[in-house]
Write a protein that binds this ligand. Structure first.
Ligand SMILES: [Zn+2]
Length: 667
C-alpha cells in the first residue's frame, strides 16, 4: 500500500466557510490537513488564527485562537481553540528563559475563556508569526527531507528561498524564541513557510485557503523529491512478512505480549501492523542500523518510545531503556523523574512483522500506525543519503518533558481490566451482549463471536471486534483466536455463553437430532473452544480465566427440557474438569447458573407464556418465580461474570454460583 500520494483534499471540499468567518476558516483548514494521515497523525500538528474580539468592557482586543491540547485536527471544532490575548503571549518570546510549567501558566492566564482547553505548547510561536492564519504539521515527506545528514541543504534545494529553515530546537519556549529571532531576519516577500529540521512544517497567510494551499504545495514538492530519490535508488523491497497465522506464530505473539506486560508491570495489548510496506520493512536485513536511529518527529517518542524492539528480547530492551534513562536523567536537573515503564511500544520481528504495544488498544494501534509512517520516512531518507533522527538526549528531553510528566502524574487510575483481552461467544444479544458491555466498561478489549452480525459499537467510540459465524465451526473458532492475537496480542478471559434452548419435548417424544443439536452447540463447541483458548490463557498477562454460563437447570432440571438440561449439565462437568486440569497453569474456571433471564434471544413472549402455562403460572409470576421475587436480567448476570474475572475471585476455581433470585428446590 502506498499511503503517500495525494489524499490532500481541495479547499472546496465540504463547503468552506465565507472568507470573513475567521475562526470557521481556521477550523476548515485544520480539518483538511487533519484528514490526511501523511500530514497529521495521532493528535499531532496545530493551527491558529488572529482576530479582534470585544472584551467584557466592549473594548477591542487582539486574540490568538490556537489549537487546544486533546483536540484532533481532523475533527476539531471552534470549541477546540483557546482564545488568548495576543500581545502578552507574543511578548513572552522576549524572555531569556521560561520554564514549561511557567509557560503553561502564562498561556492559561492569557485566555479569555477559562473553559477553553489548554493551549498548544507552540502558542508563542504562532503568536510571533505576523500572519493571520498559521498551520503546522509534522508531514511525513517534509520530515523525510530533514531527517538526513544534509537536511538543511536538501531543504534549500527543494524550497529555495520560499521557506525559512530553522535548526532543531526543543519544541516549546526555546523553539518559539529561536523562531522569533530568526524568522524576521530571514523571511522575505516570497516566504510562504518555515521548515523546522527534524520536526515539521509551518505555513501561513492572511487567508485560510492560502495557508492551506501553501502547506499542500510544500508537502507535494517534498513528496516529489523523495519519490525521485527512491526511483533513482531503485532497490527492490523485500517480500512483506505475512501477518501471524500459524499456531506457533500466534502463541509466540501471546508470549511476547506477556513478556511486555511483565516489564510494564501491568497488562498490555499488542496489535499487528497491517501496513504492507511496514511488513516488508520487517524483512530488511539492515534493521539494526536503519531502525535504531530515533523517531521521525519528536512528538512520536511519547507514542513509540525512541527505538523499536528488534526481535523478542523484551528483558534486554528494558535493560537498555533503563540505561538510557540513567544516562540522561541528569538533564532534568532537580526536577523529579516520574519513570515511564521500560516496555517497548513498537516491535519488529522477522517472523511476526511489525507490532504496536500499548496500555489500551488505541495506544497500540497508534504506535503501529505511527511506525508505518516512520517506515516511509526512513526509506525515503535512506534514499536521500541516510536516515538521521535527533540525538538521544534531545529525544529524552521530549519523552521526559515537564508538561508530559505532569500529564502522567494527573492520569486517573485506569479501569480494572485495562490491557486485558476477553472473548465472548453469543456476543450479539442477551447475556453475551451484556457481558461484552460490562467487560468493555471495565477496560478490557473484547472479541465477540456470534452468528448474528450485530452492530459491534456498544456505545459511542466503544466497540468490540466481531467475528461472525457459528461457534460449532472450527474455522470460526480459529478465526476468533486469530483476531484476539492480531488485534490485541492474546487472550486473558473466555466467557462461554453461546447456547440454544431447543423446543421442549418429553423424553418419550424427543427427536434425537434435537438432543444432538443441543449437545453440539451447548457442549461440544465449548469443549473445542476451551481447547483452542488454552495455549493463550496459559500466556495471559495476569492469569487465564474462564467463565461458563451454565443454567439453573443443572441443579434443578425441568420436565420437558431434557436436551437443554443434560447439555448444560455436561457443560458444567466440562468446566469442573477444566478447573482440575488447568489449575497448575493458574487458570481459573468458574460457572454461573442463571435462571429465568428473559431479556435474551432464547426467550420470547410466546415461549414465556408456554413455560408459564406448564407450571400453571401467569407470565408475570413465571418471570419473578424465585425466593427474592425479583427478575434476573442479563446485565446483572454480566456483572457477576465480570466480577468472577476480578480480584474477589482470585482464590476460587471450579465454583458454581447460582444467579436466580434464590430457588427453593436448590437452596
Ligand atoms: Zn510540532
Amino acid at each position: 500500500m502506498d499511503h503517500h500520494h495525494s489524499s490532500h483534499r481541495p479547499w472546496e471540499d465540504t463547503a468552506p466557510p465565507p472568507d470573513d468567518a475567521l475562526l470557521a476558516g481556521c477550523v476548515h483548514m485544520s480539518r483538511l490537513v487533519g484528514a490526511d494521515p501523511t500530514m497529521v497523525l495521532a493528535g499531532g500538528g496545530n493551527s491558529s488564527v488572529k482576530t479582534t474580539e470585544r472584551d467584557v468592557h466592549g473594548d477591542p482586543v487582539e486574540v490568538l485562537w490556537v489549537k487546544g491540547s486533546g483536540w484532533d485536527m481532523a475533527t476539531i471544532e471552534p470549541a477546540g481553540f483557546a482564545p488568548l490575548r495576543l500581545a502578552p503571549v507574543a511578548r513572552l518570546a522576549e524572555l531569556e528563559t521560561l520554564s514549561d510549567a511557567r509557560m503553561a501558566n502564562e498561556l492559561k492566564a492569557a485566555s479569555l475563556d477559562v473553559a477553553a482547553p489548554a493551549p498548544s505548547v507552540e502558542s508563542i510561536l504562532h503568536a510571533t508569526l505576523p500572519h493571520r492564519f498559521v498551520l503546522h504539521t509534522h508531514a511525513d515527506a517534509v520530515v523525510t527531507l530533514t531527517n538526513t545528514a544534509d537536511g538543511a541543504a536538501i531543504c534549500e534545494e527543494v524550497y529555495g528561498n520560499d521557506v525559512v529553515i530553522v535548526p532543531y530546537v526543543m519544541p516549546g519556549f526555546d523553539l518559539a524564541r529561536r523562531c522569533a529571532v530568526q524568522f524576521p531576519t530571514e523571511a522575505n516577500e516570497r516566504t510562504v513557510g518555515m521548515v523546522l529540521l527534524n520536526h515539521g512544517l509551518f505555513t501561513f497567510a492572511d487567508d485560510a485557503r492560502t495557508a492551506y494551499e501553501h502547506h499542500v504545495e510544500l508537502v507535494a514538492r517534498a513528496v516529489t523529491h523523495v519519490d525521485a530519490a527512491r526511483r533513482r535508488l531503485g532497490t527492490s523491497t523485500p517480500t512483506p512478512v505475512p501477518l501471524p497465522d500459524a499456531p506457533a506464530q500466534l502463541t509466540d505473539v501471546a508470549s511476547l505480549r506477556r513478556d511486555i506486560a511483565d516489564v510494564a508491570g501491568h497488562s498490555m495489548v499488542v496489535c499487528s501492523c497491517e501496513d504492507e510496506a511496514a511488513r516488508a520493512f520487517a524483512a530488511r536485513d539492515d534493521l539494526d542500523q536503519v531502525s535504531q536511529q530515533g523517531t521521525a518527529t519528536p512528538d512520536h517518542v511519547l507514542r513509540t518510545k525512541r527505538l523499536p524492539l528488534l526481535g523478542r528480547d523484551v528483558a534486554g530492551y528494558a535493560e537498555a531503556y533503563r540505561a538510557y534513562v540513567d544516562r540522561n536523567r541528569h538533564r532534568l536537573g532537580d526536577r523529579p523523574l516520574l519513570p515511564v515503564d521500560a516496555a517497548p511500544r513498537v516491535i519488529i520481528d522477522p517472523e511476526l512483522g511489525v507490532l504496536g504495544a500499548g496500555r489500551r488498544p488505541a495506544d497500540a494501534r497508534t504506535a503501529a500506525e505511527i511506525y508505518a509512517h516512520t517506515v516511509w520516512v526512513i526509506e525515503g531518507a535512506e534514499a536521500l543519503g541516510g536516515y538521521r533522527s535527533i540525538s538521544e538526549a534531545d529525544l529524552f528531553d521530549v519523552e521526559y518533558w515537564e508538561l508530559e510528566q505532569a500529564k502522567l502524574a494527573r492520569q486517573p487510575a485506569p479501569s480494572p481490566m485495562t490491557g486485558e483481552v476477553a472473548i465472548v461467544t453469543g456476543a450479539a444479544s442477551g447475556i453475551g451482549r451484556a457481558c461484552v458491555v460490562e467487560l468493555l466498561g471495565r477496560g478490557a478489549a473484547v472479541v465477540g463471536v456470534d452468528l448474528d452480525p450485530a452492530v459491534h459499537e456498544v456505545s459511542s467510540g466503544v466497540a468490540y471486534e466481531a467475528v461472525v459465524g457459528d461457534v460449532t465451526d472450527a474455522e470460526v473458532v480459529a478465526e476468533a483466536l486469530r483476531t484476539c492475537v492480531r488485534s490485541f496480542g492474546g487472550l486473558d478471559v473466555a466467557v462461554l455463553n453461546a447456547g440454544v434452548f431447543p423446543d421442549p419435548a418429553p423424553i418419550s417424544d424427543l427427536p434425537l437430532d434435537r438432543w444432538e443439536q443441543a449437545l453440539r452447540i451447548n457442549t461440544t463447541s465449548a469443549t473445542a473452544l476451551l481447547a483452542a483458548c488454552h495455549p493463550y490463557l496459559c500466556r495471559s498477562t495476569s492469569v487465564g480465566r474462564v467463565v461458563v454460563v451454565g443454567s439453573r437447570n443443572v441443579t434443578a432440571p425441568g420436565a420437558g427440557a431434557a436436551a437443554y438440561s443434560a447439555s448444560k449439565a455436561a457443560l458444567t462437568q466440562l468446566a469442573r474438569v477444566a478447573a482440575l486440569e488447568w489449575a497448575s497453569d493458574g487458570i481459573r474456571v468458574n460457572v454461573v447458573h442463571p435462571d429465568a433471564v428473559f431479556d435474551t434471544a432464547l426467550w420470547d413472549d410466546d415461549l414465556v407464556a408456554a413455560r408459564a402455562a406448564a407450571y400453571g403460572l401467569t407470565p408475570e409470576e413465571y418471570r419473578t418465580r424465585n425466593l427474592l421475587g425479583t427478575e434476573v436480567t442479563s446485565s446483572v448476570v454480566a456483572h457477576l461474570v465480570a466480577d468472577m474475572c476480578g480480584p474477589g475471585f482470585t482464590c476460587t476455581t471450579g465454583a458454581q454460583v447460582p444467579i436466580d433470585g434464590g430457588n427453593d428446590r436448590v437452596v
